[in-house]
Ligand binder design. Structure first.
Ligand SMILES: C[S@@+](CC[C@H](N)C(=O)[O-])C[C@H]1O[C@@H](n2cnc3c(N)ncnc32)[C@H](O)[C@@H]1O
Length: 267
């Protein structure tokens, strides 16, 4: 992923919290926390916490901020997270090298980060290392694109108008959709009692334009793909037709999503 200054990271994180969390990611926090069966007083780590939506949901269940830790490599994400939940411990770091002692947590949770880790197996081994024996984990990842047609349509549009690199940047969040691959990944890292539940959700953006523009100006550059202004204008115009089936009476873009919630334990 491309590096950014702290101010640029914070601007991007504010935009993420203001748009992407309510539109797409927010509803999954309660699903993941349910899957992890978090109880009051448990020590919980949220890996790839972003602006902290899942950590805040966890906090509402553990009852005390000192039991909740959020970790993310992005200083901008963490600044926004800290503003929203100052009492939680927010730590900068990567999932592949967790800066915590062995057996520090009862539960490790994560939503929509695993696909971006450079070494997913090592990240899972690290999650096991920081869990106490008998500790639990719950990780959410997006289902395959074929099960989230609105994004499949947007990927096809990008491939047609901006080329395969732009399309691949938007495919990246959906690369862990195969349930057998997920099972192999978790079990291979040493996670016990692996179970995968596929859950349906929904996304709601203020408009097709807002949804696609966030991807073109927000997400693609994170993945190292910067389009010209002319390309962006052309794609936004074409998107109105290509994604018209998802537009509701009030002009919002509304569509179904699907994610796998993987749970497991440490022996
Ligand atoms: C799509 S966001 C999800 C954020 C948050 N979990 C949510 O649901 O809103 C993906 C997050 O993964 C983080 N990330 C990327 N690579 C990572 C790594 N190697 N270790 C930990 N987090 C990482 C990014 O900084 C980003 O905050």
């Amino acid at each position: 992923m491309a590096e950014k200054t702290l101010q640029a990271q914070m601007d991007a994180a504010k935009a993420y919290e203001g748009l992407m969390v309510p539109a797409l990611f927010g509803e999954w926090a309660s699903t993941v926390a349910d899957a992890a069966q978090i109880k009051p007083g448990e020590r919980v780590l949220d890996v790839a916490c972003g602006t902290g939506i899942l950590a805040r949901e966890v906090l509402s269940r553990t009852g005390a901020a000192e039991f909740v830790t959020g970790l993310d490599p992005s200083a901008g994400m963490l600044e926004v997270a800290k503003d929203l939940a100052p009492g939680v411990e927010w730590r900068q770091g990567v999932a592949e090298s967790l800066p915590f002692p062995d057996a520090s947590f009862d539960v490790v949770v994560s939503q929509f980060g695993l696909m971006f880790f450079n070494d997913r197996s090592e990240a899972l081994r690290q999650a096991l290392r920081v869990l106490r024996p008998g500790g639990r984990m719950a990780f959410a990842v997006w289902d395959s694109l074929k099960n989230i047609p609105a994004y499949a349509d947007e990927v096809a549009l990008l491939e047609r108008l901006a080329g395969v690199l732009a399309a691949d940047a938007l495919r990246a969040p959906f690369v862990l959709g195969d349930r057998r691959d997920l099972e192999t990944l978790f079990a291979g890292a040493g996670v016990e009692a692996v179970e995968i539940a596929t859950r349906k959700g929904s996304a709601r953006f203020p408009s097709v334009r807002v949804m696609v523009e966030a991807d073109l100006r927000g997400w693609l550059p994170v993945m190292g793909v910067v389009l010209t202004e002319e390309q962006i204008v052309g794609i936004l115009q074409a998107a109105e037709l290509a994604l018209s089936q998802y537009v509701t009476g009030d002009g919002a873009a509304y569509f179904g999503t699907s994610a796998h919630v993987v749970t497991g334990t440490k022996a």
